[in-house]
Design a protein around this ligand. Structure first.
Ligand code: PLP
Length: 392
């Protein structure tokens, strides 16, 4: 019996462990220090009431013989897929319900989609990046090429036609940098992917944070994307479903490789290894798209974005350069005085009692940067901003 030896190639994920350890060591030496955690990537506001009510109602239905439901369709209930399709229409994107696949979240889909692609494919991943893209491909033993996202390209790198890739990851709005591709930037990637017969895996988990009217929420707003892209989205950050679990993947019928429709392969994969997202959860997700749900998620997203605006304003006041902070819950700041990520992490912890996330944990180009998020409370964010202004 042999294990999958690729697991030996994975780097241990020390990032959040080290952050927790450094924070607790600091607290041991400075008991009661009023630490504020600004590195947090999880939401903190409760579920919108519209979702809670819908889930309660669904729960009751499950307790009655006539309305009880067992296994659901592998691709999700039509009521939710229809609500998602209608949402896409608002951005001028026409996707049909059978191009939408509901799941338990974007992380699972982003990882599981790799089942349907050969391990011989070469993968192109921006650096820095959400670590799941790298680790899932290492597990499969795929060759990984990196594309530099850095200050000079505003953390939105463009394709290089000298590089041949089969699978391309794009995340916009980006975790960790907060950078967002504009239409022209995405069009370059779509053209490149179509020219190479490659497939773009587009992670739109943070699309709901986009406020600039000109920025695309979906890669399918870009002409040509339907023949080269798969889009992943999630209710986690949109509606606080990180603990409730629901997401969806969109695979257009036009996406065909080696004569096979990619959407059909995905359904085959899902129907073999996944037994569907709970009815109660899908009803909760459906409620996100009702007028009440829309108003309530907007309120929560605005709350987080007010926090990022406060942080951004404090950094600007101190002349500290940052990316993101506007159409994203993330503020990606350049460590002052050329400090390294961990050095500035320590500085911020010991001088301001603020815990951030060192950028170097997201890839080599993250070195010298630090991620702050808007997911904390308004009150704590105000205090953190004051400390930054008074101390840095
Ligand atoms: N994609 C990105 C870029 C993320 O940052 C996250 C979570 O932080 C996810 C996907 C995971 O989303 P989900 O909770 O739907 O699995």
């Amino acid at each position: 019996m042999k294990i999958n030896g690729n697991f030996n190639k994975l780097q241990d994920s020390y990032l959040f462990f080290n952050i927790a350890q450094k924070t607790s060591e600091f607290l041991k030496k400075n008991p009661g220090a009023p630490i504020i955690k600004m590195g947090i990537g999880d939401v903190t506001l409760p579920l919108p009431q519209a979702c809670v009510d819908a889930m309660k109602k669904a729960c009751d239905e499950m307790g009655v013989k006539e309305t009880f439901r067992g296994y659901c369709d592998y691709e999700g209930y039509e009521f939710l897929r229809q609500a998602i399709a209608d949402y896409y229409k608002e951005y001028g994107v026409d996707v049909s319900v059978d191009e939408i696949f509901v799941s338990d979240g974007a992380k699972s889909d982003v990882g599981n989609i790799l089942d349907i692609f050969s391990d011989e494919n070469t993968v192109l991943i921006p650096d820095p990046v959400y670590p799941v893209y790298v680790d899932t491909n290492i597990m499969a033993g795929r060759k990984i090429l990196y594309i530099d996202a850095n200050e000079s390209n505003g953390f939105t790198p463009e394709p290089d036609y000298n590089v041949k890739a089969d699978i391309i990851y794009l995340c916009s709005p980006n975790n960790p940098t907060g950078a967002v591709y504009d239409r022209a930037g995405l069009k370059k990637w779509v053209d490149y992917a179509n020219a190479q017969d490659a497939v773009i895996l587009f992670d739109a988990a943070y699309e709901a944070f986009i406020e600039d009217k000109d920025l695309p929420h979906s890669i399918f707003e870009i002409e040509g994307a339907k023949t080269c892209a798969i889009e992943f989205c999630s209710f986690s950050k949109t509606a606080g479903f990180t603990g409730t679990r629901c997401g969806y993947t969109v695979i257009p019928k036009e996406l065909v490789r080696e004569g096979r429709k990619i959407g059909e392969l995905w359904l085959r994969r899902q129907s073999t290894k996944y037994n569907g997202t709970a009815y109660i959860i899908q009803r909760g997700a459906e409620a996100v798209f009702t007028p009440e749900g829309r108003a309530q998620i907007k309120e929560n997203i605005d709350y987080y974005k007010r926090n990022t605006a406060i942080l951004s304003e404090a950094l600007s006041a101190k002349g500290i350069q940052y990316f993101g902070g506007k159409n994203s819950p993330y503020v990606w700041l350049k460590c002052p005085n050329n400090m390294k990520s961990w050095e500035f992490f320590d500085y911020l912890l010991t001088k301001c009692y603020i815990v951030g996330t060192p950028g170097s944990g997201f890839g080599k180009n993250g070195e010298g940067f630090l991620r702050l998020t808007g997911f904390g409370s308004y009150e704590n964010t105000l205090i953190a901003a004051e400390r930054i202004k008074n101390t840095l």
